[in-house]
Design a protein around this ligand. Structure first.
Ligand code: ATP
Length: 430
């Protein structure tokens, strides 16, 4: 947990994450992302979108609204299953119907239980000026229903063959009762969800496929294998829509916890949205046969990935007399790709040349300018926020048209020609 405290303080100090509404004492479960945090989140989202949507022929994207017709939540089972009197376990966060509990302890892990609450996980709001039940609506607790209700629209426009997927990134809201562990469990967060539609008889095969793919995705991102594991949900604790759910868990400083969930949602959602809307949401295959496909869903929160990446990347290394703090982030995920420095801030010719290089690079990459303090201090500042490379313009540069590029991981320096700099970074950023 010591590292988590250090990460929380680094995030605040360097502008990754701020408590939301901080000047008013904050608001539990809400976080704002600062100048570096927004870059980090954008990089995670683009990586997901690139690998899960753009690089795949059979997957398309969608951006549906946050507020749907409230009937959507009746069909999905959310209105019903979240308005029961509930007690939540303070340890494992499972919720139990108060009327079905025997005793005062969590039946699964023996943890302490909260008091009984008439609890709806969904945030309510009202459409229009009158605060009447008829106008009641909800902020979505998951993005996937937006996909199910647009199923026919997407099928009509792209005419896919099974299997195919529809993916979405967007805000989700859950009025969580138990918070803590920094940005791990939030009341407002961003979800990245893929609904992968398959023939019912092929569900198990595709489930295994996505589980493997998603594990590999994290390894590619730089998360070490030893910090990842699968957790198979026992049949009795599966969500109402699920035939099988496996969590990809990460070894956070507070223990193993869910990073992503992969669920076999069967045809539950399409069938129910069909039933409630009276619209035929079956899929017609090449032979003209109509069927409700099964759905395999990998679903993950951007903030959870951000936290896992920060935990994984945080290092303290002994460097001479000092401790070097660095974030060993994948270059594509790092908020800033390179920082450009003039060796001395008071030498006009160095500053001019460095500015030229900075202006040229900033069109292609997110680069930073720094001319404060000595070079050593600038390196430290960049290491701490995960910048993979630092570019220094020195007196030699004016003669040989080369700069010194210093690598965050090895701290090794090399001379690179100014006109080859873009290429140098480009090849390392693919
Ligand atoms: P948990 O048990 O941790 O509350 P869950 O099983 O309710 O999670 P899912 O419904 O499977 O979560 O949500 C899919 C993913 O969305 C999770 O794996 C997680 O990455 C993310 N997520 C869910 N709830 C939150 C939250 N409150 N804050 C941040 N991310 C969340």
């Amino acid at each position: 947990m010591e590292n988590l405290d250090k990460i929380v303080s680094l995030c605040k100090r360097r502008g990754f994450v701020f408590p939301s509404s901080e000047i008013y004492g904050g608001l539990g479960g809400f976080w704002d992302f600062g100048p570096l945090g927004v870059e980090l989140k954008n990089n995670i989202k683009s990586w997901w979108w690139q690998t899960m949507v753009q690089a795949r022929e059979e997957i398309v994207g969608l951006d549906s609204t946050i507020i749907h017709n409230p009937k959507v939540w009746q069909a999905s089972g959310h209105t019903l299953s979240f308005t029961d009197p509930l007690r939540e376990c303070k340890e494992c966060h499972k919720r139990f119907r108060a009327d079905q509990l025997k005793g005062e302890k969590c039946p699964e892990c023996q943890g302490k239980l909260t008091n009984v609450k008439q609890f709806n996980l969904m945030f309510e709001t009202y459409i229009g000026s009158a605060k009447e039940t008829a106008n009641k609506a909800y902020l979505r607790p998951e993005t996937c229903q937006g996909i199910f209700i647009n199923f026919a629209n997407v099928v009509d426009t792209v005419q896919p063959k099974l299997p195919f997927g529809i993916a979405q990134i967007g805000k989700g809201f859950r009025n969580e009762i138990t918070l803590g562990n920094f940005i791990f469990r939030d009341r407002e967060f961003e979800m990245m969800e893929l609904e992968y539609f398959v023939r019912p008889e092929e569900d198990e095969k595709w489930f295994d496929y996505w589980l493997k793919e998603r594990l590999k995705w994290y390894l590619d991102l730089g998360i070490s294998k030893k910090n990842l594991r699968f957790f198979e949900h026992p049949k009795k604790s599966l969500a109402h829509y699920s035939k099988r759910t496996v969590d990809i868990e990460y070894h956070f400083p507070f223990g193993w916890a869910e990073l992503e969930g992969v669920a076999n949602r069967t045809d539950f959602d399409l069938k129910n949205q069909s039933r409630f809307s009276n619209k035929d949401l079956r899929f017609q295959d090449e032979k003209g046969e109509k069927l409700y496909p099964y759905v395999i869903e990998p679903s993950v929160g951007v903030e959870r990935i951000a936290l896992a990446l920060l935990v994984e990347a945080y290092r303290e290394e002994k460097d001479k007399k000092e401790i070097r703090v660095l974030l060993s982030l994948h270059p594509q995920i790092a908020p800033i790709k390179a920082a450009v420095f003039p060796l001395l801030a008071n030498k006009a010719n160095l500053v001019k040349k460095a500015k030229e290089i900075y202006d040229d690079l900033k069109i292609c990459f997110n680069v930073a300018w720094d001319d404060i303090g000595n070079i050593g201090k600038r390196y430290r500042r960049q290491d701490e926020i995960g910048t993979p490379w630092c570019v220094t313009v020195d007196f030699e540069t004016l003669k040989d048209k080369k700069v010194t590029v210093r690598d965050r991981e090895t701290m090794k320096q090399q001379r690179v020609a100014i006109d080859k700099l873009k290429e140098f970074f480009q090849t390392k950023l693919v």
